[in-house]
Design a binder for this molecule. Structure first.
Ligand code: NAP
Length: 275
C-alpha cells in the first residue's frame, strides 16, 4: 500500500511539534504514513491545495498565518470551521471536494473548558488577541456557556471584525486590559506574546482575582513569563500543550478514522522537544 502523506503548512514553522505527535501515532497504530513540516509563502498555498486534489498529499494542518487565507481555495467548510471561519484541518472528500474543518475548538474544550469547574455566577472571560485562533477560542467559550466574553487586541480593527462574527463580545482597548476594575474568572492568551525568542507582554496581568484561571495557548516555552508571573500570585495556570495534543488527536481521527490515545510516552516525547 502507498505511504500516505500529511503535512502542516504555516510560517514560521520551526516551533511546530505536530510532526512528532502525528508520526508517533502513525508508528503506534502501524499506519503507513508520514507527516512533515511545509513552511510556505502565501503564493504557495494554491500549490499545496492542488497536491491534495491530485492525491499527492492526503491532508494538511494549517497554522498561522493561513487559517483564514486557505478558505478561498476550499470547496466547503464543515463543523466548527463553518462557525469560526478558521480552518486548521483539510482533506479531500470522497466526492472530490476539498473540505476545511477546525479542531482548535475541540482542542480548547477538551484540554481545559470541559475539565475546569468554573464559577457559573461569574462566567466571564477575557481573550487577549484577535488573530487566527481567536474565533475558535471565542466559539469554544460560547459552547461552554460563558455569558460575558471580552477581547482585547493590539490592532483595534481586528477586534471590530471579530465582533461582527460574535456580536456578544465586548471589546476592551489594548492599553486597558489591565484596568483594575475588570474582573474575570478566566483569561486566555491567544496572542503570540511569550513565545520562545519572541516579544513579551509589556503589561503582565494584575487585575485577576485569586480564584481566576489563566490559560496560555503557547506551549513553547511550557512556562511563559506570564505563567511565571501569575504562578507567583498563586493563580491556577495552564499552558498550550494540552490544546495542541487534543486538536491533533481530532485531526488524526478525521484523516485516519482512528482515535489515537494520548499516552505518557507521547507527552514526554513532546515535553523533551520543548526543553
Ligand atoms: P496570528 O493570527 O498571527 O495572531 C497573532 C496575535 O498576536 C494577534 O492578536 C496579534 O495582534 C498578537 N500580537 C503579535 N505580536 C504582538 C505584539 N508585539 N504586541 C501585541 N500583540 C501582538 O496567530 P494565531 O494563529 O492567532 O496564534 C496566536 C497564538 O496562539 C500563538 O502563540 C500560537 O502558538 C497559539 N496557538 C496555540 C495552539 C495550540 O494548540 N496550543 C493552537 C493555535 C494557536 P495584532 O492583531 O495587533 O497583530
Amino acid at each position: 500500500m502507498k505511504e500516505k502523506k500529511f503535512a502542516i503548512i504555516g510560517k514560521p514553522l520551526s516551533h511546530s511539534l505536530s510532526p512528532i505527535m502525528h508520526n508517533y501515532w502513525f508508528d503506534k497504530y502501524k499506519i503507513k504514513a508520514r507527516y512533515d513540516l511545509m513552511e510556505i509563502n502565501d503564493e504557495d498555498i494554491k500549490k499545496v491545495v492542488d497536491k491534495i486534489k491530485k492525491k499527492e498529499l492526503d491532508g494538511i494542518n494549517v497554522t498561522l498565518p493561513y487559517k483564514q487565507k486557505i478558505i478561498q481555495y476550499l470547496g466547503k467548510l464543515v463543523n466548527d470551521a463553518k462557525e469560526t471561519h478558521s480552518v486548521n484541518t483539510v482533506y479531500l472528500a470522497k466526492n472530490g471536494e476539498l473540505v476545511g474543518d477546525n479542531t482548535d475548538v475541540f482542542g480548547m474544550q477538551a484540554a481545559y473548558l470541559s475539565k475546569i469547574n468554573f464559577n457559573k455566577l461569574n462566567s466571564s472571560a477575557l481573550v487577549l488577541g484577535a488573530g487566527g485562533v481567536a474565533p475558535s477560542i471565542i466559539y469554544a467559550l460560547t459552547l461552554s456557556n460563558f455569558s460575558k466574553i471580552s477581547i482585547s487586541n493590539r490592532t483595534y480593527e481586528k477586534s471590530i471584525f471579530l465582533k461582527k462574527k460574535f456580536p456578544l463580545i465586548n471589546i476592551i482597548k489594548w492599553d486597558e486590559y489591565n484596568s483594575p476594575k475588570l474582573n474575570y474568572s478566566l483569561v486566555i492568551n491567544a496572542t503570540s506574546l511569550g513565545m520562545k525568542n519572541g516579544n513579551k507582554f509589556k503589561n503582565p496581568i494584575n487585575n485577576i482575582n485569586d480564584e481566576s484561571i489563566y490559560i496560555d495557548t503557547i506551549y513553547n516555552p511550557l512556562e511563559t513569563e506570564m505563567i511565571k508571573h501569575l504562578k507567583n500570585k498563586n493563580i491556577k495556570t495552564f499552558n498550550g500543550l494540552d490544546m495542541l495534543i487534543y486538536q491533533g488527536q481530532k485531526s488524526f481521527y478525521i484523516w485516519n478514522k482512528v482515535n489515537p490515545e494520548i499516552d505518557d510516552e507521547l507527552i514526554n516525547l513532546l515535553k523533551d522537544k520543548i526543553k
